[in-house]
Design a protein around this ligand. Structure first.
Ligand SMILES: [Fe+2]
Ligand SMILES: [Fe+2]
Length: 273
């Protein structure tokens, strides 16, 4: 199977592209396109134009989780692509906040369901695995099996007026099942990139490639960083294209530790994986 990824939105800008804190990756499988996340603003749409990618060819959209840096660009994408089916977990639209000291910022999906539907989204809520294109599936909820990937201290959701630590039950990955193993696309990997890969390995013989965020950026506990690096080191995986919330410090360590396998996934990158 021919599998290609194009990074439309990331924290780092490639040649003539824009960047923002966000993620959007176009997945192409045997000539059919599916969009994974939409970035925070109009950066994904802008970069698609620079990269010569026609978003009208996108057959559907998947949302990794309900954070604005992945879903804020949905309306702009739909304005270009036309009405499309959008897959997300039912909890993705929960009100979410980043809280640090006196600072409290809304970081959930900025459009409510009615506004999304008015913009052309055919929203399909799903908790479990679902096939979105032939051989391409969303994992649904990811079982938490590691002891080093847990809730993050500054991220909360509003439950009946009370802020509670966000469990990110909605966090999921996109998987292409190929004869050479699974190609895995993560969002922010709030459920843990190791948890995600272990879950995929329950049904796939190996990981052919992994693309996306790992949440190992500023503030990630060193124990989590080290345990994740150790796991990735032992993983039979052809390509690791990490970006977004992985953080520049960890990415520069990956360049040294995974030579020939790690590729920084900045905007403008188009790659067969
Ligand atoms: Fe993110
Ligand atoms: Fe996130």
């Amino acid at each position: 199977m021919d599998v290609k990824v194009a990074v439309l939105c990331d924290n780092t800008a490639g040649l003539f592209c824009k960047a923002e804190h966000g993620l959007a990756v176009l997945l192409e499988v045997d000539g059919r396109s599916f969009l994974w996340d939409c970035g925070q603003t109009d950066v994904a749409v802008y970069n698609a134009q620079v990269m010569g990618i026609d978003l009208r060819g996108v057959e559907g959209i998947g949302l990794s989780h309900g954070h604005m840096d992945h879903a804020g660009g949905l309306g702009r994408v739909l304005a270009v692509s036309g009405p499309r089916k959008i897959y997300m977990h039912p909890e993705a639209l929960a009100p979410r906040y980043f809280v640090a000291g006196a600072a409290k910022m809304f970081v959930g999906v900025p459009m409510r369901l009615e506004a999304l539907e008015a913009a052309g989204a055919g929203v399909e809520f799903t908790r479990g695995p679902v096939e979105v294109l032939p051989g391409v599936r969303l994992t649904g909820e990811v079982p938490r099996v590691t002891d080093f990937e847990g809730p993050e201290p500054n991220l909360f959701r509003d439950e009946g007026g009370e802020l509670v630590p966000d469990s990110f039950i909605d966090d999921q990955a996109l998987v292409v099942d190929t004869p050479e193993g699974a190609v895995v696309l993560t969002g922010c990997a709030h459920s843990g990139v190791v948890n995600i890969l272990k879950y995929v390995l329950e049904t796939s013989p190996r990981i052919r490639a992994v693309v996306g965020g790992t949440h190992l950026g500023m503030g990630a506990p060193l124990s989590k960083v080290e345990a994740t690096m150790e796991f990735l080191d032992g993983l039979d995986c052809g390509k690791m294209i990490f970006n977004h919330c992985t953080g520049s410090v960890v990415m520069s360590r990956m360049v040294d530790r995974f030579p020939g396998r790690f590729i920084p996934g900045q905007t403008g990158l188009v790659l067969e994986v």
